[in-house]
Design a protein around this ligand. Sequence first.
Ligand code: OSB
Ligand code: MG
Length: 394
Amino acid sequence: MISSNDSPLKPVRIEQVELRRIAMPLVSPFRTSFGVETDRDILIVHVEADLDGVAIDGWGECVALGEPTYSAEYVNGAQRVMVEHLLPRLADAASEGIDAADVGELLRSVHGHPMAKGAIEAAVLDAQLRAAGMSFAELLGTDTDTKGRPSRIPSGVSVGIHDTVEALLTTVQGYIDDGYVRIKLKIEPGSDIEHVAAVRDLIGPDVPLQVDANTAYRRTDGQHLAQLDQFDLLLIEQPLAEEDIVGHARLADEVETPICLDESLVSAEGTADAIELGACEIANIKPGRVGGYLEAIRIHDLCLARGVPVWCGGMVETGIGRAANAALAALPGFTLPGDISASTRFYARDIVTDPITVVDGHVTVPTTPGMGFDIDRPFLDSVTTSVETIHLSP
Ligand code: OSB
Ligand code: MG
């Protein structure tokens, strides 16, 4: 579908790349087993491209967090690896014309850094799509449903760890009132069974509920985690360490609730292996974590072929990342609601002119040319804390 040969998109020449850092306060602190976020320091990749003499902008959001606590990447490191290692590898091709489908191969000799690579690929793809006047959803075939109506996807919300059960219930009730169709609770040892029991009691048996441990447990916690089976959860996300595929496979035998991997899945090959080993009964697909939207599509395709349900995760993205996630999450294998909540779940004001909204518990798949958003330039400028410009071609 998106290989270079049969792509409807033309390569674009890239003149320069602007690496912008923005400061975005969160509407409320977001606590996970790996830390508390109150403000996001986000790296935005802006490619200034040219197609047949017409100037085109392309935007990509790097999902690396401020500290290397979710995965090894972090925002300062992502920016340095782009400047010192990734963007120089695009320089030769940049003056001829670059296709997003070739970015992965051009950057392959650099080990790791999927979030940095994925942000560059997304910016190139955004520029190519804008040049073609085509939306990412149209490219994927997810712009309309089978009856030709605008596609929409169910919206789930990720709820941070709360100090008390009372505070947690107040927050969850607010999201239920907002219409979210699925609740995900962050858990860690000490804030798990009792919290999940209280939330299940509050929302009743029919609201889909799942938990995310962000690697907070050990292999020996199987019997403890099996206590979650009584709450009819959709899944337990990433209970064990990123590297512990065998541990997850053992846990999948010990616990009835399906085991879902997030942090462990960083490529299509690794996902196929985790599935084969019985460690991944459900997959959380995050385009940034796996090196970009194109690898995310490959993971979707292989999971669909193997009958493994997938859903689209989130990294507290702005409207840049969220729009593209929404288009991706309308692919047929995404049979579970994603962490694609309204922009206002995290941000008082977004850097795009058309932030994601949730109506009747659903998000309309954006069909704006490009990855699905337009930048609110004055507001983006007002939250920009630094700009580093790299010239790629004359
Ligand atoms: O593990 O899914 C995760 C946010 C930041 C880092 C890791 C995770 C999350 C979330 C998604 O839970 C929240 C969202 O973007 O809606
Ligand atoms: Mg997760």
